[in-house]
Design a protein. Structure first.
Length: 67
C-alpha cells in the first residue's frame, strides 16, 4: 500500500516552473508549491502473499488497486 503524491502531476508542475523560469521569472521569486493531489495505491496480490486481508473499505477508497 502506498499513499503519496501523484508523480505525473508533479512532473506537470515542474514543467510549468521551467516554463516560468525560461520566460524570465526569477527562481527565488517563484512560490513553493505542495502536492495538490495525493493518491492511495493498493497492491492486493502482495498483501495476499504476505498473508494480509485488506478490508473492503480500504479497497474502495484506493485510487488504484493492483491485482
Amino acid at each position: 500500500m502506498c499513499y503519496g503524491q501523484n508523480v505525473y502531476e508533479n512532473n506537470r508542475r515542474a514543467a510549468d516552473y521551467a516554463d516560468r523560469i525560461f520566460g524570465g521569472a526569477k527562481p527565488s521569486e517563484l512560490p513553493i508549491e505542495r502536492p495538490t493531489r495525493l493518491e492511495l495505491i493498493v497492491n492486493r496480490r502482495a498483501a495476499q502473499a504476505a498473508g494480509l486481508v485488506l478490508p473492503n473499505s480500504i479497497l474502495l477508497r484506493a485510487d488504484r488497486v493492483i491485482g
